[in-house]
Design a protein around this ligand. Structure first.
Ligand SMILES: Cc1cc2nc3c(=O)[nH]c(=O)nc-3n(C[C@H](O)[C@H](O)[C@H](O)COP(=O)(O)OP(=O)(O)OC[C@H]3O[C@@H](n4cnc5c(N)ncnc54)[C@H](O)[C@@H]3O)c2cc1C
Length: 403
């Protein structure tokens, strides 16, 4: 039996392990953390969006310039196969109103538990608290709480993730190791990330407050959804959806002015009529809260943009502001807070089986590859599909070498 090392117990690594164990390999999964799948568990906190139900041709366009590079892997493990795989693990899935696919339980823990049980039953071993530090000759070198250790493997799958949320395990530390080994790597950057705004001290008190059912516009792009005020700016689903155009604009101009419609279902006239009603002895904040159900954070934003002179605006000016609030964004939030990472191992550095050209026998998968996609289930779909592809690559290579 060939011994294969998977380094990284996230969705990509675990999927590679599953495929290789099924293909007859003795698999050990190494991870620097004390338990597997920490980012997957975090992804399940707000509802685990596994994949998307749209037809495959449209689905593939979500990977932009990298859709060709991912096409074969996703065709071999498409969204329907991912849903079937969940079913087999006892987790049925459903399609939400936006077309996104979720497990019935919404969270990741039942799925991960069932998956780890199945991997265990198929003979996959786990070596946790093992931080991969590179190669020592042909062997894999790890740092463990008990000291350094070296492991020989017939093949290796690296599935070390990107660099967001480093406290969950993936910290991008692999970049230096692989760059030294001659692997082409595009710089890791935040994707699906929050943005910085120069908030006043007053606004910072609303950190964590959601802006619900708003519409965000930038240029011709308009997105409905939710954003969240942070201490240093904005984050949340609607912001992530606009991230690519905002990133471009900030790279070009140094800043980007986002327009926020706080009440996108109402016309300016409707809003103006409501704010023109007599407010009696009520404070302006109380009045706006009642007349338009604006939250304290939304009123705080209006005050911020008018430098506290909201009361001086006419009903019409106020109505216009409520549905086109200009928020100046001056940079991205740190990669540590991003949902995912852009950049990574260039597709030119791997062959059709996800094997590194510079390091035969070493395969790569998941977010550490240079692709990016919006939220909507596209991230996990590509991680699982490339994990399966790398696993098949290893099985194929072992078969060829055994011949
Ligand atoms: C808050 C949040 C919500 C998200 N929600 C969704 C969602 O709903 N839908 C979706 O599609 N995607 C979502 N994602 C993204 C998704 O979780 C990731 O794209 C996915 O987990 C990446 O999988 P991966 O296996 O490539 O890497 P990871 O899951 O990051 O796993 C990599 C593993 O490698 C280990 N590792 C790293 N370096 C070393 C080393 N040197 N030695 C040993 N081990 C190492 C890490 O400990 C980690 O366990 C979310 C992400 C976040 C942060």
């Amino acid at each position: 039996m060939k011994h294969v090392a998977v380094i990284g117990a996230g969705p990509a690594g675990l999927m590679a392990a599953e495929v290789m164990a099924r293909g007859g390999a003795a698999v050990t999964v190494y991870d620097r953390m004390p338990s597997a799948g920490r980012k997957l568990l975090m992804a399940g906190r707000g509802g685990l969006n596994l994949t998307h139900s749209e037809e495959l041709a449209r689905f593939m366009t979500r990977y932009g310039a990298m859709s060709d590079a991912l096409r074969d892997a996703i065709a071999a493990f498409p969204p329907a196969a991912l849903r079937q795989w969940c079913e087999e693990l006892g987790e049925s899935t459903f399609v939400g109103s936006s077309g996104r696919v979720f497990p019935r339980a919404m969270k990741a823990s039942p799925l991960l538990r069932a998956w780890l049980r199945r991997l265990d039953a198929s003979g996959v071993r786990f070596a946790l608290r093992h931080r991969w530090t590179g190669w020592s000759g042909a062997k894999l070198a790890f740092a463990t709480p008990g000291g350094g250790t070296e492991v020989a493997a017939d093949a290796t799958v690296l599935a070390l993730g990107g660099a967001s949320w480093p406290r969950l395990g993936s910290d991008g530390g692999w970049v230096e190791i692989l760059a030294k080994a001659g692997v082409a790597i595009a710089a890791l950057q935040p994707a699906n990330c929050g943005f910085r705004a120069e908030w006043s001290e007053h606004l910072k008190r609303y950190a964590g407050a959601p802006l619900k059912r708003v519409a965000l516009s930038f240029g011709v792009e308009r997105v409905r959804g939710e954003a969240v005020v942070t201490e240093a700016g904005l984050e949340g689903g609607a912001i992530y959806a606009l991230a690519p155009v905002l990133l471009d604009a900030i790279a070009r101009e140094g800043e980007a002015t986002l327009r926020v419609a706080l009440r996108p279902d109402m016309s300016t006239e409707q809003i103006a009529r409501r704010v023109a009603a007599p407010r009696g002895k009520q404070s302006l904040s109380n009045f706006l809260r009642k007349a338009l159900s604006l939250s304290a954070a939304e009123i705080g934003l209006l005050q911020e943009i008018t430098h506290g002179r909201l009361a001086a605006l006419s009903a019409r000016e106020l109505a216009q502001l409520i549905n086109a609030l200009p928020l100046r964004l001056t940079g991205t939030a740190p990669i540590a807070r991003a949902i995912s990472t852009a950049g990574g191992i260039a597709f030119s550095a791997i062959d059709a089986h996800f094997m590194l050209r510079a390091r035969p026998g070493v395969f790569v998968a998941g977010e550490m590859l240079d692709w990016e996609a919006p939220t909507g289930g596209y991230l996990l779909q590509a991680c699982l599909a490339t994990g399966a592809a790398a696993g098949r690559g290893v099985v194929g290579r072992m078969g060829r070498r055994a011949d």
